[in-house]
Design a protein around this ligand. Structure first.
Ligand code: C2E
Ligand code: MG
Ligand code: MG
Ligand code: MG
Length: 294
């Protein structure tokens, strides 16, 4: 036995790793039946205009109400769904639920014109007929295309070997808005921003973390980055949404950068669709934030 062999055997019999693998396997094979049994739910988190304090839209975030493990966050099962291909039916279901919900909001609050923002996985946009699916769901739910926003990461937009997603233009031509999710965390060539039909940059939450810092250098640096991204986006005719706003201080500093909309626990946690309705009914927050966090 060489040292390397010993290590290989140890890896094979590591009980923690075995249990982890088993759970992954269990969850992966349970995905499709769980979808059929109706174990998934979509929660919505408001996207708030920093200039007017109004709810402009809401992001759809999927949860798995697992009968044994409780509510599972998407980080636990979306990667598994991508690997197994279950993301295609699951993603289409999320899209349908989200568009149906946005149609209700439109019926109840026509002047608010609240949009719904739906995450698309890499595999959904590269290995499925996403354009036909989106067209079909819009038709079935009667949601105007301008009230649907699709969130794609840079790696989904650029795909393998840096090839841009062709479906993007077709989606944009339909009138659907395209947002780049987790913007600033990848290593993409920024040229795609002016060449592809992209409408919104969703700035990753890590950029506003430093905004909490009362006087530190981290705060100064993060403010410079956010301000520069906002200027770049506006120069290209794009809007900017910032994620992960957890405090009034962060919201206030973010507003000063000229960022358009914000999302985070300070405004509202992800919740059931009626929570968005309640926020629409209560009207805009006076200073761009709630008196009492929702
Ligand atoms: P994301 O699209 O970047 O979504 C934002 C995440 O930040 C959500 O996590 C949200 O709950 C969380 N968040 C919101 N406000 C705050 C805040 O103030 N502070 C902090 N620390 N976090 C905040 P969640 O719901 O666990 O979703 C995680 C990721 O899973 C999402 O990241 C998205 O990439 C993916 N995901 C969620 N739903 C779907 C879906 O239907 N399809 C696909 N393909 N991916 C999804
Ligand atoms: Mg997202
Ligand atoms: Mg995001
Ligand atoms: Mg994120």
């Amino acid at each position: 036995w060489s040292k390397a062999d010993g290590r290989a055997r140890w890896t094979l019999y590591d009980p923690d790793r075995g249990a982890h693998q088993m759970t992954r396997q269990l969850l992966a094979t349970a995905l499709r039946p769980a979808l059929e049994r109706g174990e998934f739910a979509v929660e919505f988190q408001p996207l708030v205009g920093l200039a007017d304090g109004r709810v402009h839209g809401a992001e759809a975030l999927v949860r798995w109400r697992h009968p044994r493990f409780g509510t599972l966050s998407p980080d636990r099962f979306i990667p598994l769904a991508e690997e197994s291909g279950a993301i295609v039916p699951l993603g289409k279901w999320v899209l349908e639920e989200s568009c149906r919900q946005a149609r209700h909001w439109l019926d109840e609050f026509p002047s608010a014109a609240v949009f719904v923002s739906v995450n698309l996985a890499v595999r959904q946009v590269w290995d499925s007929d996403v354009v036909a699916d989106v067209a079909e769901v819009l038709e079935a739910t009667g949601l105007p295309p301008r009230l649907l926003q699709l969130e794609l990461t840079e790696s989904a937009v650029m795909g393998p070997a840096g090839r841009p997603l062709q479906a993007l233009q077709a989606l944009a031509d339909m009138g659907v808005r395209i947002a780049i999710d987790d913007f600033g965390t990848g290593y993409s060539n920024l040229a795609y921003l002016s060449r592809l039909p992209v409408h919104v940059l969703k700035l990753d939450g890590t950029f506003v973390e430093g905004f909490r810092d009362p006087g530190g250098t981290r705060r100064e640096a993060d403010e410079k980055i956010v301000s520069a991204v906002v200027r770049l986006a506006h120069a290209l005719g794009l809007t900017v949404t910032a994620e992960g706003i957890e405090s009034a201080v962060q919201a206030e500093r973010l507003r000063a950068t000229g960022c358009d909309t914000a999302q985070g626990w300070y405004f509202a946690r992800p919740g059931p669709p009626h929570r968005v309705v309640r926020m629409l009914r209560e009207g805009p927050w006076p200073a761009g934030g709630p008196a009492v966090p929702v």
